[in-house]
Design a protein around this ligand. Structure first.
Ligand SMILES: [Fe+2]
Ligand SMILES: [Fe+2]
Length: 197
């Protein structure tokens, strides 16, 4: 394994979580649906905890959490762009439209977040000693929450869009109702939506 690229992944993972806090804080200004608001409030709290967990990982591994890397700067830029997209939508005054923008922003942010933790899981399989132990402790606390963040919000984004198109939507989405935690579960939940209408 390439140590330097493992460090890059960990810095990007921290930056993604930091950006995630901003994304949820702004998404909560755009949200209209009360159940989705509750979900995102929970995810915001969990993401704040993930920031702490990643900071602890870096400290335990003797890495400077403020170290800049080119990849980290890219992640930060994308996070800032997601926040601007929500601010722009809000400034246009249509709350329903802003909620859709927010749901998509959360899906984009969580896609990266989910992949980071998946990759950390892959690193754990090959890592040894302190690195393996430190990453495993963090991964065990975070992994299931990331599945929920991504798959459930994808469901919300899809159903809110369908509702906005004037069609019957499943709200809360099947992914939420069926407590989906895997990609295959998400695919099954989406497939079952027509029976849930
Ligand atoms: Fe996270
Ligand atoms: Fe997340």
């Amino acid at each position: 394994m390439k140590d330097e690229q493992v460090r890059e992944l960990l810095y990007q993972a921290l930056e993604t979580e930091l950006g995630g806090v901003e994304v949820y804080t702004n998404a909560l200004q755009c949200v209209e649906n009360e159940e989705l608001q509750e979900e995102w409030e929970k995810y915001l709290e969990q993401t704040q905890n993930h920031v702490q967990i990643m900071q602890d990982v870096l400290i335990k591994l003797g890495l400077d959490q403020n170290e800049e890397t080119p990849g980290r700067e890219v992640v930060r830029n994308i996070g800032e762009a997601l926040v601007s997209s929500m601010q722009l939508a809000l400034s246009e005054g249509d709350r329903g439209a802003a909620q859709l923008v927010a749901a998509e922003a959360v899906v984009l942010a969580e896609t990266k977040d989910h992949q980071n933790w998946h990759l950390i899981g892959e690193v754990i399989k090959k890592a040894k000693g302190e690195l393996a132990k430190t990453l495993k402790e963090a991964h065990d606390q975070v992994e299931d929450e990331e599945d929920e963040h991504l798959y459930h919000t994808k469901g919300w984004a899809r159903e809110l869009w369908i509702e906005s198109l004037g069609m019957k939507a499943v709200l809360p989405p099947p992914e939420e109702v069926k407590e989906v935690e895997t990609a295959i579960g998400a695919a099954r939940a989406e497939q079952s939506r027509s029976q849930m209408l």
